[in-house]
Write a protein that binds this ligand. Structure first.
Ligand code: GTP
Ligand code: SPV
Ligand code: MN
Length: 598
């Protein structure tokens, strides 16, 4: 049985010892954040097979990990908001009364760490000591989680020193248990500032600083304190002449945040002097400041990015970020101990070991004739932010960056134009509130199915989404110069099922237009949806996009939009009386504008 931990922070010490008494680890180890301890943990992980050491020459400092086959994405159906009242969680969250939740999870946690170590990870989301930051302590029995948290957060002794004897922290408990989906629960207790996650070993379910703290718990706090915790990338676009303007963007999981955050300008724009600075790729915390503008920080220090589709052409900055000190999860392991994934670089290797740990050959088919994937579609890399060639010099600043524009977007095969601008803040909030997207492999469920995903926060809002919309509307009133709000869709397809817009680097052309609009430097065409660009106003150098295609990208199909209006309404009706009336007013206004549209 473990020896009790002794720390000068009484509340912290008592809590750790109480959790350990329930989980019964053999020992408790405090994570200090140092290189020596990290190396020792890796060594232990290699010896048990929890992680595999990758090719020292080709991938220095990199490790490989496989999760259980039933545990490769976030499990939204097992994720709960546990508040005293059901209404606090709202109609879009799974809810459980706190008492029941603690009892159910405790039964799974009980004795689940027998023979194993419980690691104590003190971590800070945001620069340590910044008034914008939040501290958490994660207890876990997984070395993989520790190694990931060391990349994704500022972790170790320095956080403990900052906590002193009595500063507040989020209590985060994680246990792998049996990794049985029937004994898996991801529980949030925003009223107790507590997270309990049991039975999973994958990403967003277990790196508790990420979605659980920085979005679900933080959004709850943000409503109380009057700021925004969002599922957003943050980037700076440097224009010829050196001025940098910042944009944040909310796209649902696996819809292009990482790619946009690290975008490299297409050659014609690069020559002109355009450059992009990455501030964050997944989470933004934003506040209205005394200057009347909105300021954003990225609370994380690493990337947990999608691998399939990532290659030197689509995202060279991501490829450079993961050359060393990176954790590869659920990809194909090659015989030379390097890794490969679908639509990565180079042809598939002749053979290897797939993400399930089974022998794999190129061109292999299953018994139904479907080709067997080497990497899981939601396989990921964990890499330090500092290794990204475009990482912004502003990212360590406690105050963050001022935001000129906010972008909402999703995957819509038809319907939504490439880009349009909202008429004002309130209309922009409506665009975010009615966002929908086709489901990706980042979460369990039917792939490709269109679902409403307001502000890309459906799985991450820690309270009633109607009140979340209210918080967004209120934020607009706090600023003299709020950012302009836009909607984008890189994913519109033609009749043959091909993407009409080339996407990736060329998305910079859209960003450039967005920022010129934010500056009031360029005109636009008014449509029922919002303002769209004039063909001649977009920077098109080096891109051969026929006018016909342009037209297809911006077509507003009234029939489709009538269906969309109905779907929006059905969704908004879920919130009943709680829904801010401004949202329904915007819905009615859109309906009216579309009626006049041919
Ligand atoms: P999470 O980490 O899950 O929150 O996702 P994310 O929003 O950061 O997604 P990411 O940037 O990793 O994109 C995931 C997928 O979208 C990859 O398969 C990309 O190839 C694809 N993608 C990204 N940008 C574009 C684009 O401009 N056009 C097209 N067609 N596909 C894109
Ligand atoms: C997402 O699904 O939006 C992610 C990956 O960023 S995970 O951390 O697993 O949630
Ligand atoms: Mn995400």
């Amino acid at each position: 049985m473990f020896r009790k931990i002794n720390l000068k922070h009484k509340k912290l010490r008592d809590w750790i010892n109480k959790m350990a008494a329930m989980c019964e680890p053999e020992k408790i180890v405090l994570i200090d954040g140092g290189e020596r301890q990290k190396k020792a943990l890796e060594k232990e992980g290699f010896s048990t097979g929890e992680i595999i050491k990758l090719n020292k020459k080709k991938l220095p400092g990199c490790v490989y990990h496989r999760t259980s086959p039933n545990d490769v994405a976030r499990t939204e159906n097992l994720t709960f908001i546990c508040t005293k009242k059901k209404e606090t969680a709202g109609p879009t969250n799974n809810w459980m009364p706190p008492k029941t939740a603690y009892r159910k999870a405790a039964a799974i946690f009980k004795g689940s760490m027998k023979g194993r170590t419980m690691y104590v990870i003190p971590f800070s989301m945001g620069p340590i000591g910044s008034p914008f930051s939040k501290i958490g302590i994660e207890l876990t029995d997984s070395i993989y989680v520790v190694l990931n948290m060391l990349i994704m957060t500022r972790a170790g002794k320095k956080v403990l020193n900052y906590l002193g004897r009595d500063k507040d922290f989020t209590k985060c408990l994680h246990g792998k248990a049996e990794r049985d989906i029937n004994k898996r629960l991801i529980l949030h207790f925003p009223e107790d500032n507590t997270i309990w996650s049991v039975g999973s070993g994958y990403g967003g379910n277990v790196l508790l600083g990420k979605k659980c703290l920085s979005l679900r718990i933080a959004s709850f706090l943000a409503k109380k304190e009057g700021w925004l915790a969002e599922h957003m990338l943050i980037l700076g676009l440097e224009k010829p002449g050196g001025r940098i303007q910042y944009v944040t963007g909310a796209f649902p999981s696996a819809c292009g945040k990482t790619n946009l955050a690290m975008i490299l300008p297409p050659p014609a724009l690069k020559k002109k002097g355009y450059r992009v600075w990455t501030v964050g790729d997944d989470i933004a915390w934003m506040r209205a400041d005394s200057d009347g503008a909105l300021w954003a920080i990225n609370p994380e220090t690493g990337f947990f990015g999608v691998l399939p589709g990532t290659n030197r052409k689509t995202n060279p900055n991501a490829m450079d970020s993961m050359r060393k000190n990176t954790i590869y999860t659920n990809v194909l392991l090659k015989p030379d101990r390097t890794v490969w994934w679908e639509d990565g670089d180079g042809p598939p290797p002749k053979k290897g070991t797939d993400w399930l740990g089974k022998p794999w050959r190129a061109g292999m088919k299953d018994k139904n004739g479907v080709s067997v994937k080497g990497a899981n579609p939601n396989s990921r890399f964990t890499a330090p932010f500092s290794q990204c060639p475009s990482s912004s010099f502003r990212s360590e600043h406690h105050h963050g960056v001022p935001v000129s524009a906010i972008i909402f977007g999703g995957r819509r095969t038809s319907l939504a134009p490439l880009v349009y601008e909202s008429f004002n803040w309130q209309h922009g909030v409506f665009l975010g509130a009615t966002m929908a997207s086709e489901r990706t492999a980042a979460q369990y469920g039917k792939q490709g199915e269109v679902r409403r995903d307001p502000m890309a926060m459906l799985p991450f809002c820690g309270y009633n989404m109607a009140n979340y919309f209210r918080n967004w509307l209120d934020m607009g009133k706090k600023m003299h110069c709020p950012p302009k709000i836009f909607f984008v869709n890189w994913f519109r397809k033609d009749a043959s099922g091909k993407f009409i817009w080339p996407g990736f680097a060329d998305n910079l052309r859209v960003l450039d237009w967005i920022l010129r609009r934010a500056d009031g430097k360029v005109g636009a065409v008014k449509t029922p949806l919002g303002y769209i660009p004039k063909y001649q106003d977009m920077e098109m150098g080096g891109l051969n996009l026929p006018k016909m295609k342009w037209k297809k990208l911006f077509t507003v199909n009234r029939k489709e939009w009538e269906e969309e209006l109905k779907a929006q309404k059905a969704f908004l009706n879920k919130f009943g009386k709680k829904l801010p009336k401004e949202i329904m007013r915007e819905h009615a206004a859109l309906k009216k504008r579309l009626r006049g549209h041919k």
